[in-house]
Design a protein around this ligand. Structure first.
Ligand SMILES: Nc1ncnc2c1ncn2[C@@H]1O[C@H](COP(=O)(O)OP(=O)(O)OP(=O)(O)O)[C@@H](O)[C@H]1O
Length: 236
């Protein structure tokens, strides 16, 4: 569903992404770990068509994103690190608006089932979104992607700043979503949550994928050790 082929991005003299190759199939969850500036967000932005590659290609469902960014984006759900909502509109109105942009009419029963899976407080959906906590905004962002029935969902730091209960809710729904055949690409700094949710973990450094790990093969401690070893090599 997602493929990067020699994906490269330069910003002036800076090489943000350096010949990245990866693929995410339906039902898989790839978590990208890496220090600040490793190229995780740049990777997501190239799949979203927010920026064009300097070389190589990002493909969504076989479509080359740079050739038709709108068509590629129509197949994607995207949950930004800070989910943008209209603060004076209720959660329900935001959901209807953003789902509507994707051509999806909201069926209230389906919406409520998705919100219940996310443990989004039922009474809060009619409140202005400006009153929502970070966790509620993340959940609503994911609800919008799920309403769209996107076959691929990209998430940038979905768990940062969430309390453990909210993070746990989100991890549970992400696992269910992948089990339903959706391909997930997640940028995160949370090694332990990555282990819970990922089918593969990619470690990025200086715009390159330096390791691809099967999280089931390592304990959380071993995974952390491997990550820190890669980061230490950077400093050496
Ligand atoms: N619009 C831009 N203009 C110039 N340089 C940029 C731009 N966007 C990203 N970069 C640079 O590209 C590199 C990769 O950045 P990127 O945001 O992809 O890293 P990241 O792994 O997502 O980091 P973080 O964990 O901090 O979100 C960094 O050196 C960054 O400064």
């Amino acid at each position: 569903m997602l493929e990067a082929r020699g994906l490269t991005k330069r910003y002036g003299a800076a090489l943000a992404l350096d010949g990245l190759n990866l693929a995410v199939a339906a039902g898989e969850t790839l978590c990208l770990l890496g220090a600040n500036g490793a190229g995780k967000t740049t990777t997501l932005n190239l799949f979203l068509g927010f920026t064009a590659p300097t070389a190589g290609a990002a493909l969504v469902d076989g479509l080359v994103v740079a050739e038709d960014p709108a068509a590629a984006r129509a197949r994607l759900g995207y949950v930004a690190e800070v989910v943008s909502l209209y603060p004076s509109l209720s959660g329900a109105e935001n959901l209807a608006f953003f789902a509507g942009l994707a051509g999806v009419a909201v069926d209230p029963a389906r919406r409520d089932a998705i919100l219940a899976r996310l443990r989004f407080p039922a009474d809060a959906i009619l409140r202005p979104a400006g009153t929502y906590s970070k966790g509620m905004r993340q959940k609503l962002g994911l609800a919008i992607a799920l309403m769209k029935e996107a076959r691929v969902i990209l998430l940038d730091e979905p768990l940062s700043g969430l309390d453990p209960a909210a993070a746990n809710d989100l991890v549970g729904v992400l696992r269910e979503t992948a089990a339903g055949g959706v391909a997930l690409l997640i940028s995160t700094h949370d090694i332990f949550r990555a282990k819970e949710v990922a089918s593969r973990i990619g470690i990025m450094r200086h715009g390159r994928l330096v390791a691809m790990i099967d999280p089931a093969s390592l304990s959380a401690g071993e995974l952390e050790h491997m990550y820190l070893t890669h980061m230490a090599e950077r400093a050496a």
